[in-house]
Write a protein that binds this ligand. Structure first.
Ligand code: FMN
Length: 306
């Protein structure tokens, strides 16, 4: 059985299976090592990094919703330098593709941050978050405007050297294909989609919002149909590879994203339900493929009958 994924084009990115973990839901990877073999995963995307440390938003920052969760963590992180000196050396980067996820306030800062990470041998690729709904400066604005999205992509590409760049798109737009085409045109190597959907929850007894930021990002199985629709549309609109995500909670879900054309997937909220979720999912996907007589994922990919 062939679960290997080789991304087409000049990225050189290869995963031993299509299951990666999504940014912000798997720490810096190190925290999850007690729950499974990190090198059994296709890859990991670490928590969003900024040039300087960020404290994030005030608490409460997460709330459960039917079939999902709301979060407004606000990109809390220890800053890129601490990641490079303290976290990255603890990861088995020879055997595990480690993807850095980045966030900045303007295109120049995106470029500066990229240059710092591009110098690190242990980083397989850089995923650019132009789609965070939970921060005041920049954040989702970059992902909602085709011109701004292209400008960030160009700045990152210029600073990335030979590291592949993945642009992560927001579902909170009128037409996701416009943004996808703009970032492809500006030099993106890969697109990942989707980030969280803008959402809100309130408590009628306390008359307060569920999270202090009022508005947050909805994730988990509740968003899977939206994520699948976006992935399908983006795969049809561009010719660069696409990594799909949003609500993946089973091996069947993984195959759904691959069926609509994704080369690989990322698993997010399910990691909060069980810290060993992604490790188990790799084994479950193998079993499901065997049961369904799928011997080659690349043959199955994009074979949706329309
Ligand atoms: C608590 C939390 C923190 C997140 N932090 C980031 C982040 O730092 N950068 C980013 O690009 N996406 C972040 N995301 C979005 C996820 O990576 C993913 O795109 C989204 O949750 C959809 O996948 P899921 O439904 O499987 O969780 C975060 C999501 C959650 C739930």
């Amino acid at each position: 059985m062939n679960m290997n994924v080789t991304l087409p084009g000049s990225t050189g990115l290869q995963f031993k299976n299509p299951i990666l973990t999504a940014s912000g839901t798997f720490g810096y990877g190190v925290e999850f090592a007690p729950y499974g073999d990190l090198t059994s995963l296709g890859g990991i995307v670490v928590k969003g990094l900024s040039l300087e440390p960020r404290a994030g938003n005030p608490m409460p920052r997460i709330a459960e919703t039917p079939c999902g969760m709301l979060n407004a963590v606000g990109l809390q992180n220890s800053g890129v330098e601490t990641f490079i000196t303290e976290k990255l050396p603890k990861l088995p980067t020879d055997e595990l593709p480690v993807i850095a996820n980045i966030y900045a306030c303007d295109p120049a800062e995106f470029g500066e941050l990229t240059a710092v990470l591009a110098a690190e041998k242990g980083i397989a690729a850089i995923e650019v978050n132009i789609s965070c709904p939970n921060v005041r400066e920049g954040g989702i604005l970059f992902g909602q405007d085709a011109t701004l999205a292209a400008r960030v992509t160009e700045a990152v590409k210029k600073a990335a050297g030979d590291k592949p760049i993945i642009i992560k798109l927001s579902p909170n737009v009128t037409d996701i294909t416009t943004i996808a085409k703009a970032v492809e045109g500006a030099g993106a190597d890969v697109i990942s989609c989707i980030n969280t959907l803008s959402g809100m929850g309130v408590d009628i007894r306390t008359r307060k919002p569920l999270i202090a930021n009022v508005i947050g990002g909805l994730s988990g199985p509740a968003i899977k149909p939206v994520a699948l629709r976006c992935t399908h549309q983006v795969c049809k609109a561009v010719s660069i590879p696409v990594i799909g995500m949003g609500g993946i909670a089973s091996a069947e879900d993984v195959l759904e994203f691959i069926l609509v054309g994704a080369h690989a997937v990322q698993v997010g909220t399910s990691n909060f339900l069980r810290p060993d979720f992604s490790f188990r999912l790799v084994k479950e996907l193998e079993q499901l493929m065997e049961k369904m007589n799928i011997t080659d994922l690349e043959e199955f990919r994009g074979s949706l009958k329309l």
